[in-house]
Design a protein around this ligand. Structure first.
Ligand code: ZN
Length: 150
């Protein structure tokens, strides 16, 4: 199978997908903000610069794109070219995520992962439902939780 897009262009396209303000992240950010929650963004003092940090709740929320963070779900699909390159790269991302979560938990942070597929794609939930679950978790003392498409 041949790829019509030259590799350099392909990698720029992939990089564009990777921008920080991905839509699901903005949904969570603006939703929580509207509900009165305050957070720091991408705090570089913490492992992996977590997307949202809520010191008052000792909580960290990671909004993970299903492609870049290699979620085994309907939204994840390995590119059809350079499969091995992508598999290794994404597997490294996934291992790094797991290490960062371990470090956060070990230093007393609580962690919630909101997967992109919770808010996007055929198995997404209603925005208010997902936000409600985030709030419920923030107000709980549950150490680790993960939200994904049903
Ligand atoms: Zn997913």
């Amino acid at each position: 199978m041949t790829d019509v897009v030259p590799p350099q262009v392909r990698s720029r396209m992939m990089a564009a997908v990777k921008c920080k303000n991905t839509k699901p992240e903005m949904v969570i950010r603006s939703g929580l903000h509207a509900l009165g929650f305050r957070y720091k963004l991408h705090d570089s003092r913490l492992p992996g610069k977590p997307d949202l940090v809520l010191p008052k709740y000792r909580g960290v929320i990671l909004v993970n794109g299903c492609f870049w963070h290699m979620h085994e779900c309907q939204l994840f699909k390995l590119p059809s070219t350079r499969k091995e390159f992508w598999r290794e790269k994404l597997e490294r991302n996934r291992q790094r995520d797991l290490r960062n979560i371990d470090r956060l938990l070990a230093s007393g942070w609580r962690v919630m992962v909101v997967w992109e597929c919770a808010l996007k794609g055929p198995r997404r939930g209603a925005k208010d439902t997902i936000l409600g679950e985030c709030v419920h978790w923030l107000l709980s003392d549950v150490e680790f939780a993960s939200l994904e498409g049903r």
